[in-house]
Design a protein around this ligand. Structure first.
Ligand code: PMP
Length: 447
């Protein structure tokens, strides 16, 4: 039974597990945005496999694609050999890529995870430039392998720090916790979340021939920071960063592991600003719920010799089938537009919930990638006007949400930001239900 399974797995697996510790349920069946627990209860899933399940659980297209591949007798493990399934996946993926990458864009299949793709992107940029140093941002999250961890901002997950190349951290604009501590209202020159100050900081750093960074290998950035607490980069800021890196010949790696495949209301989040990355990092939803990770990049960066970057699990046929079906359905059904519309409603709903509930310090997001920062309103605001994060209350809200049948996660540097990543096929009624459960959960947790 569920309790026995929970107890057994808790004692046998490392305490490093995250979700299992905070979401004590045993899922046994699922469809769409609903997970059925072994306890007989239904849960509305606003985590969707950490943002992986664009079409929700067990979407008919994905099940059909996987079933047909299984029934066809095709080899399921094919290293990186050419296969009809890969061919079909690549056709679909290429059709979705940001226009600026052009028809000559190269693809590289990486190991199965987002971290693997980040590693590949970093290594490719370092090989192409002959440089080592990486530029990354405060609050950024790129994965748990050594290189990806090095460019991740949150020290809580990388202590002690594994060996890695040198990383220079740059300030990421934040609409609530401005990295410059000036606040939007108090300094008009800072731009939204300190965007303008961030840009001039980066320019001055790169201009400084003595203490600065003269020859970086790459700049790595998320268009919306996910694990970092759901922080959308302002479009004009991202455009300025693109301009700086273009002018200086620094490859720009855009990590769309979490934002990709319509999550933010455009197929790729870079489409909001119209920028073109030099290297686009993709994973999570592109595999339709199965492990898959790919980088796409400008052909000029294709400097690797045969065998220069390998890996055993780069030919997962089931993932390619599931991914192809997912990308196709997202395109045919215009799920990007739907996501933008439903996301706007959900964000407005969060703003409504925050009125009269000062424990919700800030709500933000883009498309169906939303966050609500939980604070202690009785505390002393910082120099940006933000109240202290309240991770204890945030964890309570998560528990109260689960109690009501709503699955949510936390993120942000203090784990005090409620993150909502529902599947893109969530219905309007389910969104209203999620909002109602969340409001109840906040009230119960505050009491
Ligand atoms: N980059 C981003 C933006 C992510 O959100 C994540 C995972 N949350 C990763 C990289 C790492 O992916 P994985 O966990 O599959 O290694």
């Amino acid at each position: 039974d569920a309790a026995a399974i929970l107890t057994r797995q808790r004692s046998r697996e490392s305490a490093a597990r995250t979700y299992a510790r905070t979401l004590p349920i045993v899922p046994v069946r699922a469809e769409g945005a609903i997970i059925h627990g072994a306890d007989g209860r239904r849960y509305l899933d606003c985590l969707s496999g950490a943002g992986t399940l664009a079409l929700g659980h067990n979407h008919p297209d994905v099940i059909q694609a996987i079933s047909e591949t299984l029934a066809s007798g095709a080899p399921l493990h094919t290293l990186d050999l050419a296969t009809p399934e890969k061919d079909a996946f690549v056709e679909e993926l290429r059709a979705s890529l940001p226009a600026g990458l052009g028809p000559d864009a190269k693809l590289h299949f990486c190991g199965p995870s987002g971290s693997d793709a980040v590693e590949a992107a970093i290594k490719l940029a370092q090989t192409a430039t002959g440089n080592q140093t990486l530029l990354a941002f405060t609050g950024g999250y790129h994965g748990m392998t050594a290189g990806a961890l090095a460019v991740t901002g949150n020290v809580a997950v990388k202590n002690p720090l594994p060996a890695s190349g040198s990383v220079v951290r740059l300030p990421f604009p934040h609409p609530y916790r401005c990295p410059f501590g000036v606040g939007e209202a108090s300094d008009r020159n800072a731009g939204p979340g300190g965007a303008q100050l961030s840009i001039s900081y980066i320019e001055r750093l790169l201009d400084d021939p003595l203490g600065g960074v003269t020859s970086p290998a790459a700049l790595v950035v998320e268009p919306v920071q996910g694990e970092g607490g759901v922080v959308p980069a302002p479009d004009e800021w991202l455009t300025a960063v693109r301009e700086i890196t273009r002018r200086r010949g620094i490859p720009m790696i855009v990590d769309e592991v979490q934002t990709g495949v319509a999550r933010t209301g455009r197929f790729w989040a870079v489409e909001h600003s119209g920028i073109t990355p030099d290297i686009l990092v993709m994973s999570k939803a592109i595999g339709g719920g199965q492990p898959l990770a790919v980088i796409a990049y400008r052909a000029e960066l294709d400097v690797w010799l045969p065998g220069a970057h390998t890996g055993t699990f780069r030919g997962n046929q089931l993932a390619m089938a599931a991914g192809r079906a997912t990308l196709r359905r997202v395109r045919l059904d215009g799920l990007d537009d739907r996501c933008a519309r439903l996301g706007a409603r959900m964000l407005a709903g969060l703003a409504e919930i925050s009125h009269g509930r000062p424990q919700i310090g800030h709500v933000r997001g883009r498309g169906l990638m939303l966050g609500a920062e939980i604070v202690d309103p009785s505390g002393e605001p910082d120099s940006a006007g933000a109240y202290p994060a309240d991770p204890r209350l945030a964890a309570l809200i998560r528990a109260e949400s689960l109690h009501r049948g709503l699955i949510i996660e936390l993120g942000g540097r203090h784990s005090a930001v409620i993150r909502l990543l529902p599947p893109l096929i969530i219905t309007e009624a389910q969104i209203e239900r999620a909002l109602a459960m969340l409001a109840d959960a906040v009230d119960a947790a505050v009491r």
